[in-house]
Ligand binder design. Sequence first.
Ligand code: ADP
Ligand code: MG
Length: 277
Amino acid sequence: MIEFRSVTKTYPDGTAAVADFDLVIPPHRTTVLVGSSGSGKTTLLRMINRMVEPTSGTIEIDGASILDRDPVKLRRSIGYVLQNGGLLPHYKVVDNVTTVLRLEGTPRRQARDRALELLDTVGLDRALADRYPSQLSGGQQQRVGVARALAADPNILLMDEPFGAVDPIVRAELQTETIRLQSELEKTVVFVTHDIDEAFLLGDQVVILEKGAQVAQIGSPSEIIENPASEFVASFIGAERGARALRTKRTDHGTVLVDGTGRTQGVLVDDLVEGGA
Ligand code: ADP
Ligand code: MG
């Protein structure tokens, strides 16, 4: 479990990115932080692995303050996926993944074997292992980024708009893949996006943020869709979008997300994990 308690971040230039923020992030679930650009999502995410230090307040992982942890070790124990994959361009795909393992002292041969397994895990052909990142498509690079983030077998995975730079079809593939992966791995995932549809598809818990990381609403996708807490939330989730407006529909197989035309947009996972946290 990750817990933010009265966390504030004011950057040196005076920007109040996060003000008095509280949140409990349950283990083995996906929590999505969703909000417009500049609402403080990246700042929140980077405070979890101490790439950004809070101005005040505390963040705990499993009851212990992260300020008592060695920042480098903490960072290595948490997977982090960035928008552009964040791959090292001069390293082959496989070496982008093994770097993390080599830093931890895993012998070269063993690290390579593990990296190849991780390529399988994220649905990449092993034949791509010896290519350079520039020789892969955007979607493939993103998968390598996920493989690398998983290399140290972290309990926590931070994902910052990981699919923001790929086209809609690849994006949909990566979203589906993320749902599959998470049902296998059950990491504690903190996922940042500005796309509310993506938030509803991937999140067990969705946190809608306004400027300064003010929490507009927290809940499961169906709770938020069925009961928006304010005009702001209603507008943000597109309750006014007519044919685009999403609503939930219960079926024998669980809850699905349908648009205004009745077309299914996805399956909600929150039904499957109700009370699981
Ligand atoms: P988001 O990820 O939701 O777009 P960010 O956390 O990146 O939001 O930014 C929140 C606010 O903090 C914005 O106003 C942004 O301009 C500001 N900010 C982010 N990083 C810095 C920084 N290093 N120095 C000063 N201001 C920053
Ligand atoms: Mg951001």
